[in-house]
Design a protein around this ligand. Structure first.
Ligand code: IPE
Ligand code: MG
Length: 224
């Protein structure tokens, strides 16, 4: 969800104004998923690198996440949305962590759109944490190192119950991955679009999904 800061700056407003505008887009985008055939939506809200921002912006974002969860919980459940969080939770404050746990539990029975919110998430950090747990299992004799293959590590990732992404959309004109779902995106299709996140409408979402549907995915093979 990139471009909130620039969106605000262009209006002569503080960056947090842009983050609030960005958070408002999420509801509409989540609600568009069923019609677009999107069963899993992952949104990147805060990276392990975003702590480098000013204390004011970081605190504002954390407070926004708390109020977003409180405000949106009911609507999410009513729309049958199951919410999960990925990222390093111990690095977040307890109040936010509790709200995250509660929202996961509150929507655990929902069978519609699967919404994953990445907070304090970094792909490298995730792989490092997964490796640590994997190594512990080896040390305790629960995992035979000779049997480690491509299927092993994903079981230790935060996304262990989620499918790999088919399409990654990055807004705001930046053409980089910025540590998002590194392992999982090995064969994802990418769309880099100029729109700033607060201007991301469902029309744009539908357009990007349509253009994705026209792509040929070969997974390293050849066209059939
Ligand atoms: C939102 O956009 C992403 C978050 C970290 C919440 P940015 O805050 O990165 O906006 P720009 O890139 O400065 O415009
Ligand atoms: Mg940015």
């Amino acid at each position: 969800m990139d471009g909130n800061g620039r969106w605000a700056e262009r209006r002569g407003q503080p960056r947090l104004f842009g983050h609030h505008a960005g958070a408002k887009r999420v509801r509409e985008v989540v609600e568009a998923c069923p019609d677009l055939g999107v069963d899993y939506l992952t949104i990147f809200a805060f990276s392990t690198e975003n702590w480098k921002r000013t204390q004011r912006e970081v605190a504002g974002l954390m407070s926004l996440f708390r109020s977003y969860i409180k405000k949106e919980a009911r609507a999410l459940r009513e729309h049958n949305v199951r919410v999960r969080f990925i990222g390093d939770r111990p690095g977040l404050d307890e109040k936010l962590r509790n709200l995250m746990d509660e929202l996961e539990e509150y929507t655990a029975h929902c069978t519609g759109t699967n919404l994953t919110i990445a907070i304090n998430y970094g792909g490298r950090d995730e792989v490092a944490r997964a490796t640590k747990r994997l190594a512990c299992d080896v040390a305790q004799g629960k995992l035979d190192p000779q049997k480690i293959d491509e299927e092993t590590l994903p079981r230790y990732l935060d996304t262990c119950v989620l499918p790999d992404p088919d399409l990654v959309i990055r807004t705001s004109g930046e053409a980089r991955i910025s540590n998002f779902l590194l392992w999982q995106s090995a064969y994802a299709e990418y769309e880099f679009i100029e729109t700033l996140w607060p201007d991301f409408t469902n029309e744009i979402f539908a357009q990007v999904v349509r253009s994705y549907a026209g792509r040929e995915r070969r997974y390293g093979g050849i066209a059939v």
